[in-house]
Design a protein around this ligand. Structure first.
Ligand SMILES: Nc1ncnc2c1ncn2[C@@H]1O[C@H](COP(=O)(O)OP(=O)(O)O)[C@@H](O)[C@H]1O
Ligand SMILES: [Mg+2]
Length: 297
């Protein structure tokens, strides 16, 4: 079943979320991105607008996925949310607190595409690092996380001795180690094989359901986005903005069986159609010059 995307609608950008009465008890201030722009200096006095007027709102505790063509500015949005980069204009709030660049947002866990583990530290000491920095050593918690991501037996290994997928799992465990109230994930499962990816998807859902962590995940995996998310936000091609955010109304916990239901396939088809549409046009309706590389598998 294929749905036609509604790219022109005002249903978009989270305003519908804010109006939903049933979300009132969870609060609507989980993620609030308002009129966000980012212009990079591109050398020789040139400027490059990476994102333009990004708006997104989601309730506290929500799991939100961000999908969009390669280069549309997804990582830029995440870096600004993480306080790692400064917005050119606009504002960003997380769990009711304004994000300030250079100031770590309290209770934030981050796992980026590049696992960025410290090569001289073992797996367990990499995972323990955020806790050590906070002065909360907790060996039991680290052991639990290692088991959770399936790295038992590799505690003492160095990152260089692990496969790419194992390094990513260590990176996810490290992000979870601080028991985050806000979790930012940038294509965290990108390098994993399908089986491992699905397994970790379901583990992530389990952890998320236990802890009600406000989560924003960038992904190329539409099925993964539908499986995990309360809302999927779709960004247009560069300069990116959020064209729509659709609620995923499938009961939890979602399972492997969920993925063979009509409802699941309908969401995947609808989002695939939207992604295809936004990849072929920029926001002014002109054909994008890079549409060929825009849609990722
Ligand atoms: N520090 C930077 N300086 C200049 N341009 C950048 C910088 N970071 C990202 N960009 C550009 O901004 C655009 C969006 O990048 P990014 O947010 O990484 O996209 P995505 O994550 O959606 O693939 C890209 O064209 C990229 O080259
Ligand atoms: Mg990116």
């Amino acid at each position: 079943m294929t749905h036609h995307p509604r790219l022109d609608s005002e249903e978009t950008v989270g305003s519908d979320v804010l109006d939903r009465g049933d979300e009132a008890d969870r609060g609507v201030d989980g993620i609030r991105i308002v009129h966000l722009d980012k212009v990079f200096a591109a050398g020789r006095g040139q400027e490059f607008q990476a994102i333009r007027d990004v708006n997104l709102a989601a309730p506290r505790g929500a799991f939100v996925s961000l999908i969009g063509p390669s280069g549309c500015g997804k990582s830029t949005v995440l870096r600004i949310l993480a306080g790692l980069d400064r917005a050119t204009s606009g504002s960003v709030m997380v769990n009711g607190e304004r994000v300030e660049p250079g100031h770590a947002t309290a209770g934030m866990g981050i796992a980026f595409q590049d696992p960025a583990l410290l090569p001289w530290r073992s797996v367990e000491r990499n995972i323990a690092l955020p806790l050590e920095i906070q002065g909360h050593k907790n060996d039991a918690a680290v052991r639990d996380l290692i088991a959770l991501v399936g790295l038992a037996g590799f505690e003492r290994s160095r990152p260089g001795q692990l496969s790419g997928g194992m390094r990513q799992r260590a990176s996810i465990a490290r992000a979870l180690s601080v028991n985050p109230r806000f979790l930012l994930l940038d294509e965290p499962f990108g390098a994993l094989d399908d089986m491992t990816r699905r397994h970790l998807n379901l583990e992530l859902q389990r952890i998320w359901m236990q802890r009600a962590t406000t989560t924003l995940m960038v992904t190329h995996g539409i099925a993964e986005a539908v499986l995990l998310s309360d809302y999927v936000a779709v960004m247009s091609a560069h300069p990116g903005h959020v064209v729509t955010m659709i609620p995923i109304d499938i009961p939890r916990p979602r399972t492997v069986q969920t993925m063979s239901t009509d409802a699941f396939h309908a969401y995947v088809d609808r989002l695939s159609g939207m992604l295809f549409s936004v990849s072929g046009e920029d926001r002014d309706g002109k054909p994008a010059s890079d549409s060929g590389r825009a849609v990722q598998p």
